[in-house]
Design a binder for this molecule. Structure first.
Ligand SMILES: Cc1ncc(COP(=O)(O)O)c(C=O)c1O
Length: 474
């Protein structure tokens, strides 16, 4: 290992080296088995005589802290006693806004019957193809240039523009596209470019918590606007808002689409208010029937919509790949914001995604995944309507990887009891009330991305048992 040793003056050099190596072993920075630099190398690096380094090593060996065999190199033998003391840093304070904001803790372990929202089925991911494409591209991409374009790899941007043009009717050229670290990365760029501290920003109620956290961290004043059976209530938009984030294809988490009438009204409102609409199209690759509504972006005649898409559902969230399509006046600032935020998304992953799209493998993967998710969607919807009819009223949804259902009776306390009973039975789901800022509605949000087919029926059976048990407790 490379060991940092700091020498003061020219006196007692062997003792200084000895003390610092000893401290590193005892506080655990050096672990048993780590190989120490050979005395010749250490002496050269520190500008001391080799004999000085040898003496220091001999003292350490005499205490049994390192092995002392000449020629074989010295290894650490001693055990740590504790962690290095840290300075408390009481004088350091994050900005006050961070007192109320926290990232989610990693889950200890996923429940066996996991209806949690968010994750797709990792088993469907085309691992072999991805590994092959990544392997082929990684060397060329990494050696290509020191840094890539902040807006993303030019050929990938062209491929994405074609891809959304075909699949979502979003008309765009490569120059309109910015490749991002998932949808969250796209929201971050939009916020950097458009949110003044103190500005009113509209989000949906209920809505997507990571977006709210991001906007608050930028100093936005959030105005959650209610969602009903037709999507965001356009008539409830506050006059002072100039920026609206919404999920028109599949409202998160309720699942309802924004009606055509509302889309037209929203675009009209945006034109009158000179506002920007951010269309989060996070899971519309998976449609299981009905006629798709046009995206806001496709209906927009005025350049008011920033379209955001992600590969977190269609491929995997850990890839952190997404993109946005922006109107020309925002392009230059968004590209600069991408540079500020982290320069660009990871190079090799961008090129592997490009190859996945160009080879037709992405389209093939999506067709296969759509079939799998369609079957799970139907199985859960059927169960909600029949076996859970007494307790739940499911919301209409023909898209995506989750379904929401409101509790027919009982509020958040009953919802919490069902969740607790479910937890005891190895079943996890998201509580609808958790997605509200204000007065919450109680219900369940059931994801079926991460739940393998063979566990769906048993998971639903256990969920029903959880309701029965929760009713008894009540
Ligand atoms: C409403 C919504 N937007 C966006 C995303 C995707 O986020 P990302 O691409 O940052 O993983 C999700 C994922 O769960 C989501 O639910």
């Amino acid at each position: 290992v490379d060991l940092h040793v700091r020498l003061d003056g020219r006196r007692d050099l062997a003792r200084q080296v000895y003390r610092q190596v000893r401290a590193a072993i005892l506080d655990g920075r050096l672990r048993r088995g780590d190989r120490l630099p050979p005395t010749r190398e250490l002496a050269l690096r520190l500008g001391i005589a080799r004999q000085t380094a040898t003496v220091a090593y001999e003292w350490l060996a005499a205490e049994g802290l390192i092995s002392g065999r000449r020629g074989a190199g010295s290894r650490v033998e001693g055990q740590a006693l504790g962690r290095p003391a840290r300075r408390a840093g009481a004088a350091l304070q994050p900005r006050p806004v961070w007192d109320r904001l926290a990232a989610p803790e990693p889950r200890a372990a996923a429940p066996r019957y996991d209806f949690g929202v968010g994750a797709p089925d990792a088993g469907l991911f085309p691992f072999d193809a991805w590994r092959r494409l990544l392997g082929r591209q990684v060397r060329a991409t990494l050696l290509d240039a020191a840094y890539g374009d902040p807006a993303g790899h030019p050929r990938l941007r062209a491929a994405l523009a074609r891809h959304v043009g075909l699949s979502r009717g979003v008309t765009a050229g490569p120059e309109d596209v910015v490749v991002t670290n998932g949808a969250q990365g796209a929201f971050d760029l939009v916020a950097r470019v458009l949110v003044e501290p103190g500005a009113t920003v509209v989000v949906e109620e209920p809505g997507y918590p990571p977006l709210r956290l991001l906007l608050r961290s930028c100093g936005a004043r959030l105005r959650p606007v209610p969602v009903d059976g037709n999507g965001l209530s356009v008539e409830a938009l506050p006059d002072e808002a100039r920026l609206v984030f919404l999920t028109p294809a599949h409202q998160f988490p309720l699942g309802v689409p924004l009606s055509h009438t509302r889309r037209v009204a929203l675009l009209d409102w945006a034109r009158r208010r000179q506002a920007v609409l951010v269309e989060d199209d996070y899971d519309s690759e998976f449609r299981f029937g009905g006629r798709p509504l046009e995206t806001l972006h496709a209906l927009d005649r005025d350049g008011r919509v920033v379209y955001v898409s992600t590969f977190s559902k269609s491929l995997l969230p850990a890839l952190r790949l997404g993109f946005l399509v922006a109107p020309p006046p925002l392009r230059r600032a968004l590209r600069a914001a991408a540079f500020a935020a982290g320069w660009h998304a990871q190079g090799p992953a961008q090129v592997a995604l490009l190859a996945l799209i160009e080879s037709g493998l992405l389209a093939r993967h999506l067709r296969r995944a759509r079939r799998v998710y369609a079957a799970r969607h139907q199985a859960i919807l059927d169960a909600l309507r029949t076996d859970f009819g007494r307790w739940l009223s499911p919301l209409p949804s023909l898209t995506g990887l989750h379904l929401a259902a409101r509790l027919r009776l009982g509020g958040p306390a009953f919802e919490r009891e069902v969740a607790e009973q479910a937890r005891r039975r190895g079943v996890g789901f998201d509580r609808l009330s958790a997605y509200y800022e204000g007065a919450p509605q109680a219900g369940l949000v059931l994801g079926y991305g991460a739940l393998p087919d063979e566990r769906v029926a048993e998971g639903l059976r256990r969920l029903r048992a959880s309701f029965t048990a929760a009713v008894r407790v009540r």
